[in-house]
Design a protein around this ligand. Structure first.
Ligand code: NI
Ligand code: MN
Length: 226
């Protein structure tokens, strides 16, 4: 499985034969100028919540690729009214797609579209293929609910956690979350894009070292292989 960081909270996951894009926000991110959205042809676009920094490029990429949208009922309805095809889920549920299973997890965060339309409850996702299991937390606070993830779903190969603070968990909360998740490999995201979420990377690396966990902070466009 190849996991590429496309800036902010946008992640591209390539499984053996399918491509899953999460929370596309590229054209609005000056740090991601070198990422060309026309090159992105995902089979699926997963959306954790309706805030602009997670949905800005959904429509363009969905039009270019014909990707199936996967999100909560409110978000899928919003895009269905504009002619996009989608699969709606909600927190606590899972569904088997052709590349593997998606579980929809709790996130403690708000969710509304830029035009004010209610966006349902924010969520996270677990992607499970026959070989790998990855947790994408979405925008969230630290929550005890994270403790149940390894109990219910089993060992995570990678947890993708927000770490930029202000809108989501910061360094310390993300480190505690990694402990709750019993996961040793963490990809940090949702940092540096805006002034309010600038990350002290040295401090973050040190905090995770104390936990004896690997924190990855990838340059935009770089990937991890698991
Ligand atoms: Ni948000
Ligand atoms: Mn956000």
């Amino acid at each position: 499985m190849k996991i590429t960081f496309l800036g902010h909270a946008c992640i591209l996951i390539e499984t053996k034969d399918k491509t899953v894009l999460i929370d596309p926000f590229i054209t609005g991110n000056p740090l991601a100028k070198h990422i060309k959205i026309d090159d992105l042809k995902p089979d699926y676009i997963l959306i954790t919540h309706a805030h602009e920094d997670h949905i800005l490029d959904v429509e363009t990429i969905a039009k270019n690729s014909g990707a199936l949208l996967v999100a909560n009922h409110e978000i899928i309805n919003y895009y269905a009214a504009k002619g996009f095809k989608g699969h709606s889920m909600n927190i606590g549920g899972s569904f088997k797609f052709d590349f593997g299973r998606i579980f929809c997890t709790t996130a403690v965060h708000s969710s509304s579209f830029p035009d004010g339309t209610y966006g349902g409850l924010a969520c996270g996702f677990i992607l499970e293929t026959s070989h790998h299991r990855v947790y994408i937390a979405g925008d969230t606070a630290l929550t005890h609910d994270m403790r149940i993830i390894p109990k219910v779903f089993g060992r995570l190969d990678l947890a993708i956690l927000p770490i930029g603070d202000n809108f989501t968990m910061g360094i310390n909360a993300a480190a505690v979350a990694a402990g709750f998740l019993l996961c040793d490999h963490i990809l940090g995201y949702h940092y540096d894009t805006f002034d309010a979420i600038k990350l002290d990377k040295e401090k973050a690396m040190k905090r995770f070292e104390q936990m004896e966990k690997d924190l990855y902070l990838l340059p935009i466009g770089d990937c991890l292989k698991i």
